[in-house]
Design a protein around this ligand. Structure first.
Ligand code: XIL
Length: 359
């Protein structure tokens, strides 16, 4: 498809309009940019280096990139006194050379912590480790990040705390103030990247989602009240066709409106749609997935505070859902905008349509 487009683009200089790209064929980054938005995806580091079709399509479709794994502690901070920026730097160079912004993901999280963490970090030194990690990672990418998920997934009402905070190593080591410590350190290290809070499980009209929305809003209000610099909210939006009966556009819009009222920008950060439970028939499956993308994004993009849409991957060839989704038919998942051969699927057109409808 890239070759076809390059041919069309060069032909367009010489020949009549019939050879030009129609508006609908423009890449998603163009659909987004036409409405002042960003479109991008989580980048898989290995494939981006080794699969030229993947990197070409990534460059074509995205104007923002988020590293899927390489800025997490396990990867970027492999030993107590050693940081590894090689993969992140590769992605940063890739983004810069394709006029793409880059997001930071993620500085404080309870998962993907390195093996050394549990034995080396204790109540006495935890704050020092956290602040050093923030200073070093954010300092390294100073001025190069559009936004950063400073804290990821801190809310989990099933853990039973009144404030809804998840019981994580950070909470155990530093108490609830670990959040203030993290945002303060982030602001000191890089005042340019939008400092964000990122979470999942907020999408549906179910009691557990409502409880989580309430706790997230309470946390954001608490941070705001304490004058901690927090500027963006990341709605992960890991959706599922099987759960779609629980979705109400009004519920999503109300929640995003409440976030916006706090003065925060909103990014849809990890959008994908699991096809677990859908029929094997590809046409029917693609149609159902596309409907979810379109309906969700149309509701989300009605909120003017939303500035970016990122899918958690670009192609079904590289998606974390390949190993997480259970398809009894043994078929491969069809959950992202491009298929395994990088062809645009109904989901791609659904995203384009929702971006186009943004006012
Ligand atoms: C996932 C990656 O996609 C996987 O490759 C990895 O094995 C586990 O993490 N929420 C997040 C992301 O914030 O960082 C997670 O990414 C998906 C859920």
């Amino acid at each position: 498809m890239i070759a076809r487009r390059m041919f069309l683009q060069s032909a367009a200089c010489l020949t009549p309009a019939a050879f030009r790209l129609t508006a609908a064929e423009e890449p998603l980054r163009a659909h987004a940019a036409a409405h002042g938005l960003l479109y991008g995806a989580a980048a898989a580091y290995g494939p981006l280096q080794n699969d030229p079709d993947y990197s070409a399509h990534f460059a074509e479709e995205c104007n923002i990139l988020v590293p899927e794994n390489v800025l997490k502690w396990t990867s970027v901070h492999p030993e107590p006194e050693r940081f590894n920026f090689d993969p992140g730097d590769y992605l940063a160079r890739f983004a810069a050379s394709h006029a793409m912004k880059m997001r930071g993901h993620t500085l404080v999280w309870h998962e993907q912590l390195p093996r050394w963490f549990a034995s080396a970090v204790n109540k006495e030194n935890a704050r020092g480790y956290l602040e050093k990690h923030m200073r070093t990672v954010m300092g390294h990418y100073l001025g190069r990040l559009h936004s950063s998920d400073v804290v990821n997934e801190a809310i989990h009402p099933p853990d039973g705390r009144e404030d809804g905070l998840r019981k994580t190593p950070w909470l155990e080591l530093l108490g609830p103030e670990y959040l203030e410590i993290a945002y303060t350190a982030a602001a000191e290290a890089d005042s340019h990247a939008l400092a964000g809070y990122n979470d999942y499980g907020l999408d549906y009209d179910r009691p557990q989602d409502e409880a989580k929305r309430k706790a997230v809003l309470a946390l954001l209000r608490r941070l705001k009240k304490q004058n901690v610099l927090i500027e963006a909210f990341g709605m992960q939006a890991h959706l599922s066709a099987a759960q779609w009966k629980y979705f109400r556009q009004t519920t999503l819009r109300r929640f995003l409106g409440e976030i916006a009222a706090l003065g925060l920008k909103i990014l849809i950060t990890e959008l994908d749609v699991s096809d677990e439970g859908l029929p094997a028939d590809i046409e029917a499956r693609d149609r159902a997935i596309a409907e979810v993308y379109e309906s969700y994004l149309t509701a989300a993009l009605a909120e003017s505070a939303v500035i970016a849409v990122l899918t958690w991957g670009l192609t079904d060839k590289y998606t974390w859902l390949a190993s997480r989704n259970h398809r009894p038919d043994g078929g491969t998942v069809r959950v992202l905008p491009l298929d395994r051969e990088f062809q645009r699927k109904p989901a791609w057109f659904a995203i384009a349509k929702a971006l186009d409808a943004r006012r």
